[in-house]
Design a protein around this ligand. Structure first.
Ligand code: SF4
Ligand code: SF4
Length: 396
């Protein structure tokens, strides 16, 4: 299967761009707030890089990096003081665009009649500062899923349509990252308003900035910048190229959609089922997972009711509940459903992979199950010759 990894690795900059010193970051946050944006970006708190509303650039995680491994996440101090040299944290931007809890409507009994009120709060206009290239692609995937078909999620559309995306190219991949395999990074793909590449060396702490939209260009024009010098451009490009060479993980070089379709009976699903706790962490942290459920609640008087939409997970036993019981009763079938959807049937539904290679599901799995390791094991099985003699399909 063709990926656009090569496209991303070699994508030329939109222009020579501008250079902004570290102090310019304060001006950027101020300009965004003055323009009415709710600025959200990375902060270091609670032992992690957490996305939160920024009131000033001082809240960025200057000097914090991360150590990532399967089932393990640790902050570590960085002597260079870089703000964005930390790979994807536990949250993604879906926490803001497709929130975990949304009230859809409420109903009140008024003089014996039910009066329904739709929740129509005007969403804030978000500026996302520090979007990773893999997460930029994840946002595009959720755009396609939630607004690209016949049934559009108007709430998502409202939050997304006003959002400004400021991407930071990756120069410090984590040990669980595999964006190169999925063609989503470490250079920025299309869709950003502004893109920056952080450079820290003997010539100082600075950002190579380029705009990708009219609004991005207008914001850039308000910042303290200078024309980009060749040294800064080359150092920035070299940092991104080096990051591509230092990916912690890779997917097997195979057509992943075919691999998923051809391994439904592989014994590896029993192996992973013996480890998987079906906790659903991997779906919660995944920037593309979008499933929701609804919950109706009433107060004790019975005069007020609300309908809430909540994130759901295909690892939940109730997720596939039909008359007579759940369709996917075993952990084997639930893990297989998640992984084959991400890497296989997502193409049939939405025309792309559902995985952007951010590595979050590997890091935040409590038992360290690694989607790249599982894909490699399935690939090995197809190469071993035993797949040809596999028995009849097992029940889910
Ligand atoms: S793969 Fe890991 S994170 Fe996902 S449900 Fe299983 S145990 Fe939980
Ligand atoms: S499946 Fe895992 S690596 Fe892929 S996008 Fe989701 S969380 Fe990231």
């Amino acid at each position: 299967m063709s990926t656009d990894a090569d496209v991303h690795a070699s994508q030329p900059p939109a222009s020579d761009g501008l250079v902004m010193g570290k102090d310019g970051m304060a001006a950027l946050v101020d300009v965004l707030i003055r323009r009415g944006f709710t600025v959200v970006g990375p902060t270091a708190r609670d032992g992690a890089i957490v996305l939160a509303e920024l009131r000033s650039a001082d809240e960025l995680p200057y000097g914090w990096g991360v150590e990532l491994e399967a089932g393990r996440y640790r902050l570590r101090e960085r002597p260079d003081g870089a703000a964005f040299a930390n790979a994807a944290g536990p949250q993604s931007w879906k926490s803001f665009l497709h929130p975990v809890r949304v009230r859809e409507w409420s109903a009140d009994r008024v003089e014996g009649e039910l009066v329904f009120t739709a929740d129509q709060d005007t969403p804030p206009r978000y500026a996302f500062l520090g979007v990773r290239p893999c997460d930029l692609r994840a946002i595009a995937i959720q755009d396609r899923v939630l607004t690209g078909g016949a049934y559009r999620d108007s709430g998502y559309e409202g939050r997304r349509s006003g959002a400004l995306l400021i991407v930071v190219e990756c120069t410090e991949p984590g040990a669980t990252c595999f964006c190169v395999s999925m063609g989503t990074g470490p250079a920025a793909g299309p869709g950003y308003d502004l893109v920056m590449t952080e450079v820290v060396d003997e010539d100082g702490h600075r950002f190579w900035m380029r705009s990708g939209s009219q609004e991005g260009a207008e914001i850039l024009a308000e910042l303290p910048t200078r024309p980009a010098d060749p040294e800064t451009r080359e150092t920035a490009r070299a940092g991104v190229t080096a990051a591509a060479d230092r990916m912690g993980r890779t997917m097997p070089e195979a057509d992943l959609r075919e691999l998923m379709a051809g391994t439904l009976d592989a014994p590896r699903w029993d192996d992973v089922a013996g480890r998987c706790l079906t906790c659903g962490n991997c779906t919660m942290v995944c920037p593309t997972c979008f499933c929701t459920t609804t919950e109706d609640v009433t107060d004790l008087t019975g005069d007020h009711a609300e309908r809430w939409r909540l994130w759901d997970s295909c690892f939940d036993l109730d997720f596939s509940q039909l008359h007579g019981g759940p369709v996917r009763a075993s952990s084997r079938s639930r893990y297989r459903q998640w992984m084959t959807h991400k890497l296989g049937t997502w193409y049939d539904q939405f025309g792309s992979s559902g995985c952007v290679g951010c590595g979050r599901c590997i890091v935040w799995c409590p038992v360290g199950i690694d989607i790249t390791e599982e894909a490699a094991a399935l690939h090995d099985w197809t190469q071993s010759g035993t797949s040809a003699s596999a028995s009849a399909p097992e029940p889910p």
